[in-house]
Ligand binder design. Sequence first.
Ligand code: NAD
Length: 307
Amino acid sequence: APRTVLISGCSSGIGLELAVQLAQDPRQRYQVVATMRDLRKKEMLEAAAGEALGKTLTVAQLDVCNDESVAQCLDCIQEVDVLVNNAGVGLVGPLEGLSMDSMQNVFDTNFFGAIRLVKAVLPGMKKRRKGHIVVVSSVMGLQGVMFNDVYSASKFALEGFFESLAIQLLQFNIFISLVEPGPVVTDFEGKLMAQVSAAEFPGTDPETLAYFRDFYLPGSRELFRSVGQSPKDVAQAIAKVIGSTRPPLRKQTNVRYLPLPALKALDPSGSLYVRTAHSLLFRWPRLLHLGLRCLACGCLPARVWPR
Ligand code: NAD
């Protein structure tokens, strides 16, 4: 029988692509419940799903920050075999200029939103002694990135939470997979950049603001331009993880980005990564661009980390 897959945040980006790919699986292995907070945004998903709509794909309302919405959605589904925690929001900018509310919203959505869904599906999975929980984390769940302090912290929180849970759940034959994309070209970055250009970051000193606007923003744009992946590629990597008989605990999706997290693994003291990231941004910004271009052409990582 097909496995029921529940995905959060399917009105755009990675969630939309994944829902469509799984629903159009040539071997028809999945019955997809593609959920979103606001059903008025369902047109793009429905158009992309084509013939799968109403057959292997159904659309349902689900706000990961709302207990009632989660309960109502799960009431309509008998069994969830695979849960994909994909819904997420970003936040960039100098800490001094960000409100506590905006920071708490990041944790409410990215961290507690995922936990709310896990709490809801876990009893059923445990009873059936099978299940797979997939979490769309980020490379920022493995390494901090300047001016992404709170977003990165929310992804680190997911990594710690799910690594802990994975140990217990092996006893129940339930698998956890943390998928860690690098930059992905979706609305995510666009929404963030729109927020940032409108924001004034009150209370931030001019030096910090200059680092944000003159160093971080151009570096980030270059990173998305040079090594950004498409949501389709990321969805393909997630679909492979879901289809696997022994799902990995962690999966980085972008081979071109691997060298950066590798710095952290190379030096357990952490200094190598922090100092390299600092130098690339502040001392040798040109090197960052050259390095990224080299990564983008694929020759170096392909040689060092063959696929
Ligand atoms: P996206 O903005 O297109 O998708 C995020 C989705 O989450 C949106 O559809 C949004 O409506 C939904 N969402 C937000 N709050 C919600 C809530 N309370 N309840 C239900 N849905 C809610 O961006 P994306 O890039 O497809 O992001 C998907 C995931 O990938 C996120 O968890 C993000 O952190 C992660 N990610 C993105 C990138 C990137 O560069 N775009 C990189 C690494 C990881």
